[in-house]
Design a protein. Structure first.
Length: 150
């Protein structure tokens, strides 16, 4: 029988839920923005300003056969969909951690290791993230925490 939920798991669960909610809002906002731009929203930007902005980006010339505006709208849509999928997965993880599911602990540990490994390539900016993930890994391997997830 599973014991009471440890305080650290409650904190991790709440933080996961908040992050998932923010991703949900961000994904929805990007999809709304791309729908707005795709339905003529680009017309609100004066042509001169848009042309000037595009001239300041030398990489734009590599897209000579593709309409940059359509590409931008498609990119925003793609990022929005990815954020919505990540938000849904995050809510599932939130429920799993809250409920003491062993798969949620395992996935959290795997994601912490991945974050540590990728963070090494972003040093020194990712030092705090690496330290937080090391603490999460340590915490999730404590016997009383493992017992909660049995």
């Amino acid at each position: 029988m599973q014991g009471s939920r440890p305080g650290g798991i409650t904190v991790l669960t709440i933080l996961e839920g908040i992050a998932s909610f923010v991703m949900l809002l961000g994904g929805a906002a990007l999809l709304i923005l791309s729908a707005f731009l795709g339905s003529g929203g680009w017309d609100l930007i004066p042509e001169e300003e848009l042309a000037e902005a595009l001239e300041q980006m030398p990489w734009v010339s590599t897209f000579t056969g593709v309409e940059v505006i359509a590409l931008t709208t498609a990119f925003l849509t793609g990022i929005g969909i990815v954020l919505l999928i990540l938000a849904i997965l995050g809510f599932i993880m939130t429920w799993g951690l809250w409920s003491g599911k062993s798969w949620a602990r395992t996935i959290t540990m795997i994601l912490a290791v991945i974050s540590i490994v990728t963070g090494v390539f972003s040093l020194p900016g990712s030092l705090i993230s690496i330290l937080i993930n090391i603490v999460i890994l340590y915490y999730l391997t404590r016997p009383h925490i493992q017992a909660y997830f049995q």
